[in-house]
Write a protein that binds this ligand. Structure first.
Ligand SMILES: C[S@@+](CC[C@H](N)C(=O)[O-])C[C@H]1O[C@@H](n2cnc3c(N)ncnc32)[C@H](O)[C@@H]1O
Length: 300
């Protein structure tokens, strides 16, 4: 029976077999944890996510998929859910030994025969339709239960775009869906690293002009010679601020646009993206600044 690993646990904190099956939705081409049959894993190592609903959903699915008697290691930084792991496992009927190490908590447990509360946690963390956003969404996806103010600002400033384009880091597909409101748009590729976001975007943006791709945009996989790009780039990676990721989005936009093509980008106003934009684009204009966010139009 296989061993599953969720995420990328620091190797000095938790080991897993080399042939373990990756089941994190943030690792492109990983297996779907949801599709693993009940009681079929002989071990699991979970680098648990920080969000409570998302973490309980993952723990519940992993416990469901583990065979009785199989070993579970679940770990997380102490201040990003680690301190609550042992209690959460105990609430599912799975007592765990809880060890502190290097600002993390590492819980080790044997999957008991009987568990409780798994279905409720799986329901709570699963996909659903949210009426206030008129969207399908899932806990763990960026801004899953509210409209991000940056996204809202960019949507309010987007002109009717034309031709072919991309939505870089599409999330639930809000920007892509707004862009497709223009009948002059002939094709748009939406890309995101998060498989859950892509599954929701496929439901939210059901339009034959949209191509929706699960992928890491830093690794290619995008058309070129495009007329437009839209993006609300991430600036966090694994909990810390990561401006390099936002700059990689800007670079990718510059690479896929044709000369004269436009990038519409929103970013937190404190982020120093102007220099990166000016380096790669002929004309850069800040078209809006509000509520701590800035919208740029950058022409290649
Ligand atoms: C700030 S969110 C914006 C989401 C959506 N566009 C919106 O406005 O609601 C940034 C998105 O970029 C995605 N992302 C992060 N790194 C990525 C990468 N290397 N390649 C593709 N997408 C990535 C994240 O999963 C997240 O959904």
């Amino acid at each position: 029976m296989p061993h599953a690993v969720y995420g990328l646990p620091p190797v000095d904190l938790a080991e897993h077999p080399d042939d373990a099956i990756q089941v994190s939705p943030l690792v492109v081409d990983s297996a779907r944890l949801e599709d693993i049959a009940d009681a079929t894993l002989d071990g699991a190592t979970v680098f648990a996510p920080a969000g409570t609903i998302e973490r309980r959903y993952v723990l519940a699915h992993v416990l469901r998929a583990l065979a009785p008697g199989a070993r579970l290691i679940a770990l997380a930084p102490k201040d990003r859910g680690g301190a609550r792991l042992a209690k959460e496992l105990a609430a599912f009927g799975c007592p765990a030994a809880d060890q502190p190490k290097r600002h993390h908590r590492i819980c080790t447990a044997i999957r008991p025969g009987a568990l409780s509360g798994l279905d409720a946690a799986i329901d709570e963390g699963g996909p659903r339709h949210i009426d206030n956003l008129a969207l399908c969404t899932q806990p763990g996806v960026f801004s899953w239960d509210r409209l991000d103010p940056g996204t809202a600002l960019l949507m309010g400033r987007l002109p009717a775009l034309k031709g072919k384009g991309v939505d870089l880091g599409c999330g639930l597909g809000l920007l892509g869906r707004a862009v497709l409101g223009s009948t002059a748009v002939t094709e748009i590729t939406l890309i995101d690293l998060d498989r859950r976001a892509i599954e929701m975007a496929r439901r939210n943006v059901a339009d034959p002009r949209a191509r929706i791709v699960w992928g890491d945009l830093r690794k290619g996989g995008l058309p070129t010679g495009l007329d437009f790009a839209v993006s609300n780039p991430p600036f966090h990676d694994g909990g810390g601020e990561d401006q390099a990721l936002g700059k990689a989005f800007i670079q990718r936009a510059a690479e896929v646009l044709r000369p004269g093509g436009a990038l519409w980008l929103v970013a937190n106003a404190h982020l120093p993206y102007e220099a990166s934009l000016r380096e790669r684009f002929r004309a850069v204009e800040a078209v809006a600044q509000e509520g701590g966010y800035k919208v740029f139009e950058a022409r290649k």
